[in-house]
Design a protein around this ligand. Structure first.
Ligand code: SF4
Length: 424
């Protein structure tokens, strides 16, 4: 039997799709690149923006048209909240908490229906992986923050931390299969907690002790919970990479309050600058929303100021998108689309200049790169440095996947670096 899978959205969704692939592989299914060749078509959906949600509906229609014989599965965040609508379009609807249903689907090809639960039955279950060199590992699920624009607490439920023993066992299994780097995933990793005496930093210290593992990364940190203790762990733990993703969303205190983010611009800046001070070689990236309801030009300029002050290596900026169930969807003074686009373009141009300056500063330096494999865009191998920047390697000699190499940077591109392994 053959399956085709398409994934929209974030790293959590990428990991969920990987779980599905691995379950199907274990049951001798074959993955195909062309949906016309598939017996089972799976679309993993994202609900964070309206555009992404609409893409799901058009994609399902397109796939059904080109392969009417295949069974269609809609899974992910849209499936979790819009299963009533999707059950008329797809044969199977699987929510974010019922991925384990794929064990049944893999074996019983006649299975149809809607599988939605509010809560995961076993968050400590160790799902299989297909990745090798670098692997995603869930450390917690869900979010309790209810930022006023965000649909995630509705699509992924309330926070549940996995048990540290399950996490460490999963990582040990990955190391045995050749994994060198783990990316610890959670909507708000700083909230990870097994007990009052065992929190996220304790988990990092324990993972850092695992033999055979070379690197640890994590995402995402919420600014209100980011602590000096975590910055010190990034500085002191040899395997923990010097990269922090710390979404600030807006630089205006008024907008941050409406967003229910739980910090002010000054508090954000003091944490970001504290990180810069403690982790000297560290990089920092962020997420920004422009055009949140009632955002004025003055509010927007506060956002610009944060960008200029922190000089993020990269930022991911988006126009505010109305999401059902969220408080912001009903707020007055929604910002005109044209104005949102103008602000977004301004911000992205500014960020492109900052990114270019940051990348240029690497030219001539020697940095540590974990070789991940064939580059998607360039001819040759590529990997990432500890600061999470993609590095494309000029020569292939003496390079193997999974190797940690010292690389001399020869050139900065728009979003990545080019270099050659030292001594070549
Ligand atoms: S912290 Fe806020 S933005 Fe992030 S997932 Fe939770 S509710 Fe959404």
């Amino acid at each position: 039997m053959r399956f085709y899978i398409k994934t929209f959205g974030c790293q959590m969704n990428e990991r969920d799709s990987e779980k599905v692939e691995a379950i199907l592989f274990e049951n001798n299914w074959q993955q195909v690149e062309n949906p016309e060749d598939a017996d089972l078509i799976i679309v993993n959906s994202c609900a964070v923006r309206e555009k992404a949600e609409n893409k799901l509906y058009s994609e399902l229609g397109r796939l059904k048209f080109i392969n009417p014989k295949a069974k269609i599965v809609a899974m992910g965040c849209v499936a979790q909240i819009n299963y009533e609508k999707l059950k008329h379009i797809a044969d199977i609807v699987i929510g974010t908490n019922t991925i384990d249903r794929f064990y049944d689907i893999a074996r019983d090809k006649s299975k149809n229906g809607v599988f939605i639960l509010d809560k995961m039955t076993d968050p400590d279950h160790i799902f299989p992986h297909t990745s090798r060199i670098s692997a995603f590992v869930d450390i917690m699920y869900g979010c309790n923050n209810f930022c006023s624009y965000c649909i995630v607490p509705y699509t992924r439920g309330r926070e549940i931390s996995r048990n540290k023993d399950a996490i460490i066992e999963e990582i040990k299994q990955l190391i045995d299969k050749g994994t060198k780097e783990v990316m610890l995933l959670g909507q708000n990793v700083n909230s990870f907690e097994n007990s009052k005496n065992y929190r996220f930093v304790d988990l990092l210290y324990d993972i850092n002790k695992l033999d055979g593992l070379k690197r640890i990364r994590f995402t995402t940190s919420h600014p209100k919970d980011f602590s000096k203790e975590l910055a010190l762990a990034i500085r002191d733990l040899d395997k923990l990479c010097e990269h922090l993703h710390l979404p600030f969303q807006s630089g205006s205190d008024r907008i941050l309050k409406l967003m229910k983010r739980g910090y002010t611009k000054e508090q954000y800046l003091s944490k970001a600058l504290m990180y810069r001070e403690i982790v000297k070689e560290g990089s920092i990236t962020t997420d920004i929303i422009v055009g949140f309801p009632s955002e004025t030009q003055q509010d927007f300029l506060q956002t610009v100021e944060v960008l200029k002050t922190v000089e993020f290596e990269t930022s991911f900026s988006f126009k505010y998108s109305k999401r059902p169930l969220t408080r912001a969807a009903n707020m007055d003074n929604q910002v005109d689309e044209e104005e949102k686009l103008k602000r977004l373009n301004y911000l992205q141009k500014l960020q492109a200049d900052i990114t270019q300056k940051k990348l240029k500063a690497y030219e001539g330096k020697t940095i540590e790169v974990l070789v991940e494999g064939q580059s998607k865009k360039h001819n040759g191998f590529s990997g990432r440095c500890r600061q999470n920047i993609v590095v494309n390697l000029e020569f292939r000699d003496n390079i193997t996947e999974g190797k940690i190499a010292n690389v001399v940077i020869t050139k900065a591109l728009k979003h990545s670096l080019v270099g050659k392994v030292q001594g070549q």
